[in-house]
Design a binder for this molecule. Structure first.
Ligand code: GMT
Length: 382
């Protein structure tokens, strides 16, 4: 198949899924064309079946807000037509599903048809997409897609609850490359960071408010105050970084906290981690936690959204009430002071990650495309 893929290039789950899916589909012999305003950081492999198209926006002086959605729609028209795309798969409804709708309409006038598949990820439904300033457009654009998928059952339900959707939503969960995200020997790295055998707490996110990174610091602080010798590794960057640093200064723990910034080789950090913290205020799936679990790292998470489905309480880690940093801290102390429990939960975490093996899930998307194209053919025939 010839497939167009649209996603955000930034440090966030939807862009990672769009990128890894593109790579997986290219490996399976499909021609994939990725469109975005910048190359996603994980689109780092050379593959004859995979191309990247940068959407350029003309910054005309009249535009205080250059219309990216229109530039994207124009680029879609061009690529669908000249690369003979069968499917245009957009990740994150806002504004990608709207641009796809526009492109499809324009091409329809020229007698050219393409299947538009929209994958919903999270804040496009739970936070920003539900904001009254966008909601009617998001509602319309989802309904106009030829098919819709969501990354978790929770998100599917939230979509039906928040929007007036007249379509079936298929749940296709997120996935992980088990070969890449596997625990490997990085003892030299661990020794350099923890010369006295300290335990490692890890957190990976884009440091937006919803990630509650200051809760990560509180949980870590509770654990060290309880006598656990540990270091905290924070991967990623974003708007909350300043507040997080300030809290570390107030608590006097800066010497034990490392801000590693945006990293490409996340699996290397995860390979030396003893526990992964995800205290988010909202999380439809929790891809970063899945990648940690794949590296045999138990997870302590909040109980929101799709997290209790991914992180099984008392099996792959602990699920605690949102905002209860004391309970999360106690869970960390329990986990890190009992080697047998830690070994069991590490093994369980990896086993749970195996449920989301990349090839299996990429094949689900492939089948989804085949079904949508078939359905459109049947519709056109009547
Ligand atoms: O997690 C983020 O901040 C990025 C966000 C996005 O939409 O780009 O991630 C969402 O999609 C991920 C991939 O499907 C999910 O694993 C995340 O749980 C979800 N984030 C939220 O719901 C906050």
């Amino acid at each position: 198949m010839n497939i167009g893929m649209v996603g955000y290039p930034t440090y966030g789950g939807s862009g990672v899924v769009a990128t890894e899916l593109s790579k997986g589909l290219a490996l399976r012999g499909h021609n994939v064309h990725f469109l975005s305003y910048a190359r996603p950081y994980r689109l780092d492999t050379l593959d004859a079946n995979l191309s990247f198209h940068e959407v350029t926006i003309n910054a005309y002086p009249l535009f205080e807000y250059p219309p990216y959605d229109l530039a994207l729609a124009s680029n879609m028209v061009d690529i669908i037509q000249y690369q003979k795309l069968d499917v245009m798969h957009v990740h994150y409804a806002l504004p990608h599903a709207t641009s796809a709708y526009l492109a499809k309409k324009i091409l329809g006038e020229r007698g050219r048809h393409v299947a538009v598949v929209t994958t919903l990820h999270g804040t496009d439904i739970t936070i920003v997409g539900s904001d009254p300033s966008y909601k009617p457009v998001v509602d319309f654009s989802i309904n106009q897609s030829d098919s819709v998928t969501a990354v978790s059952e929770y998100l599917k339900e939230e979509t039906y609850r928040n929007f007036d959707i007249q379509k079936d939503i298929e749940v296709i969960p997120n996935f992980v490359d088990l070969a890449r995200f596997t625990r490997s020997d990085k003892s030299h790295f661990k020794k350099a960071l923890c010369p006295n055998g300290e335990k490692i707490f890890a957190h990976v996110s884009n440091f937006r408010k919803v990630k509650r990174v200051t809760d990560v610091v509180e949980v870590f602080n509770f654990a060290i105050e309880s006598g656990i010798k540990a270091k905290l590794l924070l991967v990623g960057d974003g708007p909350e970084r300043v507040n997080v640093e300030m809290r570390c200064r107030e608590l006097g723990i800066c010497g034990d906290v490392r801000f590693l910034g945006k990293q490409d080789m996340i699996e290397e950090v995860l390979s030396i981690a003893d526990v992964f913290l995800m205290p988010s205020g909202s999380e439809t799936f929790g891809l970063a936690a899945l990648e940690a679990m794949s590296c045999s790292v138990p997870v302590i998470s909040s109980d929101v959204g799709g997290l209790p489905f991914l992180n099984i309480h008392k099996e792959t880690g602990f699920v605690c009430k949102l905002g209860d940093t004391k309970a999360m801290g106690k869970a960390a102390v329990k986990l890190l002071s009992n080697e047998k429990l830690h070994n069991e939960m590490s093994a369980n975490a990896r086993r749970r990650a195996e449920d989301f093996e990349q090839n299996k899930i990429v094949a689900m998307y492939e089948q989804h495309y085949i079904d949508v194209l078939e359905m459109m053919k049947e519709k056109a025939a009547v």
